[in-house]
Design a protein around this ligand. Structure first.
Ligand code: RRO
Length: 303
């Protein structure tokens, strides 16, 4: 068993938020999904206070080494989630981490308070890093804004708060340090890297309905590795590392760069069982707890 912020996990592989629909997978695979659930904890798709339709289509563009998404966080909103999704996700055989996002610190505080009161919820992930909304929601690009958000939400729950960092800013490590100083329990990174694709039939026009989107998959693996290393050098917080992981070797690389857990995202689209396979490959590659770089104290001159 692994201890992550007080959660007991069977192995270090979880899903990246929004990349595995456990409710649809249960419908498709039945109880077999529960018997061999691919992840050690389940991270939900982002929930907002009010329901959202998401971005206009097309929402996906396939790349040679991954994809670009412009989903725009469609979801049922807090009330819809509590009524419809939470009971189903609570039936999963692993701890539930709910990912939340808001257009203001007050919205996020309301979400954190609501989920913080629910026994079904083990931890919260604060999504301050979605690349697919136009204004207001990207609080994670600036250390000061991240600090202010944590000041507003931290008093509302004792449950672990994981801050999901964006790679689309000057210094994710500075944002991680601010999150640590203002009460975060962990950070997760990377969210997707902003990118775009041109419409092959309409010269000069973007393909995605949202214009730009977020790049994920093998294309961003090297970015993730570098940023996890940088964040590890600046904070002592536990890290959930992710970005283009397709194998146990890739997971081990992220752990050796400083991640405590590793999330699998885009790979689950072509193999819904990828999480279990990667966990097994990781276990067979040697005891990662002994090969991972130890957390180092923060170095003052780096701040
Ligand atoms: O829904 C999305 O478009 C989305 C989100 Br919330 C996110 O955090 N990252 C991403 O690549 N897409």
């Amino acid at each position: 068993m692994i201890d992550f912020c007080g959660l007991e996990l069977a192995h270090p592989i979880v899903n990246a938020s929004g990349t595995f629909d456990a409710i649809a997978a249960r419908r498709a695979f039945g109880d077999a999904l529960l018997e061999r659930f691919p992840f050690a904890a389940f991270v939900s798709k982002t929930v907002t206070l009010a329901p959202r339709q998401g971005n206009p289509p097309p929402r996906l563009w396939e790349l040679g080494a991954g994809m670009i998404n412009s989903i725009g966080l469609p979801n049922k909103g807090l009330e819809g989630y509590l009524a419809h999704d939470l009971p189903r996700l609570a039936a999963l055989p692993v701890p539930l981490i709910v990912n939340v996002m808001g257009s203001s610190a007050d919205d996020v505080a309301t979400l954190v308070r609501a989920f913080g009161e629910r026994d079904e919820v083990a931890a919260l992930e604060l999504n301050v890093s979605c690349p697919n909304v136009k204004t207001g929601l990207l609080m994670g690009a600036d250390p000061g804004e991240t600090a202010a958000l944590l000041d507003a939400v931290r008093p509302h729950t004792a449950k672990p708060l994981i801050v999901k960092l964006t790679p689309n800013c000057t210094s994710p490590a500075a944002v991680a340090a601010a999150a640590e100083d203002h009460g975060a329990d962990a950070v997760s990174l990377i969210n997707t890297v902003r990118g775009m694709a041109m419409d092959p039939r309409r010269p000069g026009r973007p393909w995605l309905g949202g214009g730009t989107g977020g790049v994920s998959g093998p294309a961003v693996r090297a970015v993730a590795l570098a940023q996890v290393r940088e964040v590890r050098e600046r904070t002592g917080l536990p890290i959930v590392g992710m970005g283009g992981v397709q194998s146990g070797r890739h997971a081990l690389d992220l752990m050796q760069a400083g991640a405590d857990l590793v999330a699998v995202g885009t790979e689950s689209f072509r193999d819904p069982g990828a999480g279990a396979r990667i966990a097994e490959e990781l276990a067979n590659s040697g005891d990662s707890r002994h090969t991972k770089e130890p957390a180092r104290p923060r170095i003052a001159q780096n701040r």
